[in-house]
Design a protein around this ligand. Structure first.
Ligand SMILES: C[S@@+](CC[C@H](N)C(=O)[O-])C[C@H]1O[C@@H](n2cnc3c(N)ncnc32)[C@H](O)[C@@H]1O
Length: 219
């Protein structure tokens, strides 16, 4: 089965997780923490964001781009990639002027290089090690020297969901052996706890209870 076929079949079977992505106190706190974390990390590596080019791999419906616009990226400098048809349509509707690479990201064919390549919970959807290595290599190839991969994904398995698989920090480091540096923050109060504590997110948000990492991987 090709990587595209694997992802399509997983998403056909999938139950959505309204708690992490919906509009509720837990989801809002998660989103705010991600946005603040991205801003803190990117500010360490770039003085201004307005001239930076950004590519989001596996961009879903594209709405993460609003985070980057809010932080000062220009909309025209944001490019997208996605393989699921209905999400590609959403990106086209939301961002009709923007560059969009349709299909499996490992097949992106361009000579363009980017300052920032963002992936958010894409690698954990890819179960095979060889596909993860292929995608990491493609992202590396698309990155400018001194450019950064911005990484958001989970580091613990979810026993209730066999369609996804953790990517540990050790694996991230092995995927990008040529990196100059890794700058890693632990974020996201784990969903089983976060769902229960809701609006008390910040009160319970201890590092050891966080399920995801936000990382800069510099070329
Ligand atoms: C969990 S969703 C996350 C969507 C978005 N990044 C976000 O943060 O909301 C993972 C996305 O990655 C996409 N994806 C997975 N593997 C891909 C690949 N090889 N090429 C392009 N997109 C891929 C899926 O279609 C899906 O939309």
């Amino acid at each position: 089965m090709s990587l595209s076929e694997q992802i399509k079949s997983q998403y056909n079977n999938r139950k959505s997780n309204p708690n992490l992505y919906g509009n509720n106190p837990y989801s809002n706190a998660v989103q705010k923490e991600i946005k603040d974390g991205i801003e803190d990390l990117l500010k360490k590596y770039f003085k201004n964001f307005d001239e930076l080019s950004l590519l989001e791999i596996g961009a879903g419906n594209g709405t993460n781009a609003y985070i980057f616009e809010d932080l000062g990226f220009q909309r025209k400098n944001i490019s997208f990639n996605e393989l699921l048809e209905e999400r590609v349509t959403a990106i086209k509707n939301n961002f009709p002027e923007n560059q969009l690479f349709i299909g499996d990201a490992t097949n992106i064919n361009t000579t363009q290089k980017f300052d920032v390549i963002f992936q958010s919970t894409v690698f954990t959807s890819i179960l095979k090690e060889e596909s993860r290595i292929k995608l990491a290599n493609k992202m590396w190839e698309l990155l400018k020297p001194n450019g950064v991969i911005l990484w958001y994904d989970f580091i613990y398995n979810n026993p209730a969901n066999a369609d996804v698989k953790k990517v540990t920090i050790k694996e991230v480091k092995a995927l990008f052996k040529g990196a100059k540096l890794f700058d890693i923050k632990h974020v996201t109060l784990a969903p089983p706890i976060g769902r229960k504590v809701g609006k008390y997110y910040n009160f319970f948000n201890f590092t050891f209870l966080r399920s995801h990492i936000l990382a800069i991987i510099q070329k």
